[in-house]
Structures are given as structure tokens and as C-alpha cells.
Write a protein that binds this ligand. Sequence first.
Ligand SMILES: Nc1ncnc2c1ncn2[C@@H]1O[C@H](COP(=O)(O)OP(=O)(O)OP(=O)(O)O)[C@@H](O)[C@H]1O
Length: 310
Amino acid sequence: MIDLHNLTKRYGRFTAVKDLSFHVGKGQVVGFLGPNGAGKTTTLRMLTGYLPPTSGTATIAGHDIFKDSIKARRNIGYMPENVPLYDDMRVREYLRFRAQIKGLRGRDVRNHVGEALEMCGLQHMRRRMIKTLSKGYRQRVGLADALINQPELLILDEPTNGLDPNQIRSIRKLIKRLGEKHTVLVSTHILSEVEMVADHVVIIDSGQIKASDTPVNLIKNMRAAGKVSLEIRGDRDTIQAALERLEHVKKVITEPSDDGWIHFSILCESGTDTRERIAEMASQYGWPIRTLHRHQATLEDVFVELTRRD
Ligand SMILES: Nc1ncnc2c1ncn2[C@@H]1O[C@H](COP(=O)(O)OP(=O)(O)OP(=O)(O)O)[C@@H](O)[C@H]1O
């Protein structure tokens, strides 16, 4: 559905996106992640034909977005980061207007607007002036607009930006529902969102791809996946040396503590579980344990590991 090949964007001498290549299959929900300034919006704006690339190519449903822009764009519903809306229009009136701009006529306008209102939970708001809507409902109007010509591909730039946790939840449900019928490329900072809705994740930093895989594989392959936290009493150096001798243990880190217990983070080979061995060892030497916990890595850990600056 989407193919990027060495897509590059320079603003003057600054390279915002560098040789970006990835593929999004039909029907996939893909999370597009990266820290502030990574180049997400620049990439999405190029994909939607709003910004010409410096070099490289991108196709949407087989149409080159730059050479065959109109055909490519017919397949796209785009929700930009800050949805521009006409404040003095009513919700349904605005969506009808947008439907007409997108080339719909007659009964199609009414039907498509009705479906988009229903899909986005806006039926009861259809007569409200846009300027009186909360941020969450404004986002929904933006989504309804992106959906209106029933495109195969939805490109959503931070759809949950600035929303409260309840609104985030309802947009997440909506994205999940949209993923049943559409291919979705969604950029967001809310990593738990992506973990729940995406089949595939692309992480970029400084305009370049850092990782591209399923959320499950990303988590499985990361260093923190094998981290165990231990709170124990005894002689620190003796315990540390004993831990370091255990099979599958790669590194033992002493964490700061001021409660008389020694706190260790134990980095193990991914996919191994050393907790039983640690418990056996502690019992053999008579070292009391307060906590022995295997860290469940999240997409947030993957993100931090791949993009942190320190
Ligand atoms: N028109 C422009 N002229 C010059 N530099 C720009 C322009 N637009 C974006 N940039 C720079 O390009 C880089 C990438 O910006 P972009 O908005 O694509 O990042 P982003 O990943 O979407 O960030 P955020 O998560 O903060 O929205 C940033 O350093 C930004 O300052």
C-alpha cells in the first residue's frame, strides 16, 4: 500500500529525513514513532503530497505520490497534527463541505457524511458549531474528514495529541476499529497506544530508521527484555560476584538505595529467566530477599533504548 524508497528531505543544509525506506502492506496498522524533531511530520507530509522530497520516491497503491499525485491522493485520508477546521461551521455542514471538495456529489455526500459521523461518534454533535467543541471532539471531526471519501489508507499525525486519558482511550478504540477496514499509518508519542493497536512499528530518529518490526519482536529483541530487579540483604560484593557467576547473566548493576537493602538490576540474555537460580542461591547462602522481579519490557523501553541521547 505504501512504499518509500530512499526518501530524503533537506531544509537548506539541514537533513530532516534521510534515505528513508519502508513498506506498509494493505490492511496493516503501522505505528510511526520517533522523538520530537525526528522527521515524522516531514515524512507524512511528503507521503500525502504536501511537501516535495529532495530525493527518493514514494508510491501509494502503486501510484507515485509526486508524478501521479492526484491518483495517489485519492487513496489517502490525511489527518494532520493540528487539524485545521472552520470554527464558524457546524459539524455536519463542515463535513458535507469537505466531502464536496473531495469530489463527492448528491446522495454520496449524505451517505458518506452519515457514515463518518457514526464511525467517529459524532452523530449527537452534528449540529454543534465547531468552535464550541472540546479538543477531543475536534480531533474526531478531523478523523471524520479523513474518512469521508472512504480511502483505503489513513495517515494520522499524532491523533491523540493534547487529549486527556479518556479521550485518548476513545480515539484508540476508534483507530482499532478503523484498522479493520483501512490501512493505517499513525504517528504518535503514546507508546502504549501503538502497542495495543499496531501490527508493525517503524521507529525513526534524526530522520533515519532505527527499527522496523512487530511490537512483539521489538520487545523480545531488546536488551531490557531480560532485566531482573533484586532487593537482597548481605555483603554487597559477595552477592554481586555470585550473581555475575550465574549462567545467562550479562551484567549486574547496583542501584542506589537508602533503606538497608541492596538493590541490583541484573541484565540477562534475552529470553532467559534467572529468577529461580537467584532464589536458590540466596537461600543457600541465607541472604534474605525482599523483591525478585522480572522486568516486562514495553515498547517504551524499546523506544528509549533506540533513541536516547545519553
Ligand atoms: N519548514 C522547515 N524548515 C526548516 N526546518 C524544518 C522545517 N520543518 C521541520 N523542520 C525541522 O525538521 C526536523 C524534523 O521535523 P518534523 O516536524 O518532521 O519532526 P517530528 O518528528 O514530526 O517532530 P514532533 O514530534 O515534534 O512533531 C526538525 O528538526 C524541525 O525543526
